[in-house]
Design a protein around this ligand. Structure first.
Ligand SMILES: [Zn+2]
Length: 145
């Protein structure tokens, strides 16, 4: 049996709501039919199908590659060594393992501070002390004002 010289590295399954419809057993069956030695499933924002996919792949003789497609928002910052486990909104600073939001950053990279000097943690308006851009935080999401 010839080995395929192509492996799908970005397949969204039915676990990616509104983006994928294929069942995981079908992913493995199609990869096997095309003589692929491996196939990746990279669902959006979740790993719900990881174990199921690994079991189908093991039974089908296919190497499973498991990924998770996460979005890093515009101008968001991830601290060194942090482990990102979910998507990060725009202008958000996250640190830790798992990464947690600890504040917000300006388009210029400076931390956003409330008028009282504190870090924005609730709804309100904030201004960058470096470049004077204004931002609004509503429900934990930052937008430029
Ligand atoms: Zn700024």
């Amino acid at each position: 049996m010839p080995i395929a010289d192509f492996i799908h590295l970005k397949v969204r399954s039915a676990y990616s709501l509104t983006e994928g419809a294929i069942k995981l057993d079908k992913v493995v069956a199609l990869a096997k039919a095309e003589s692929m030695p491996a196939v990746a499933v990279t669902d959006r924002n979740n790993l719900f199908g990881a174990l199921e996919f690994a079991q189908y792949a093991a039974n089908g003789g296919i190497q499973p590659i498991i990924g998770c497609d996460l979005a890093i928002g515009r101008f968001a910052m991830v601290g060194m060594g942090s482990v990102v486990t979910k998507s990060i909104p725009d202008f958000t600073l996250v640190i830790g393992a798992p990464a947690r939001p600890v504040g917000y950053v300006c388009r210029c990279g400076a931390p956003l501070r409330h008028a009282d000097g504190g870090t924005p943690t609730s709804d309100g308006k904030f201004q960058c002390s470096d470049c004077t851009r204004s931002y609004v935080v509503k429900c934990g999401l930052v937008s430029e004002n």
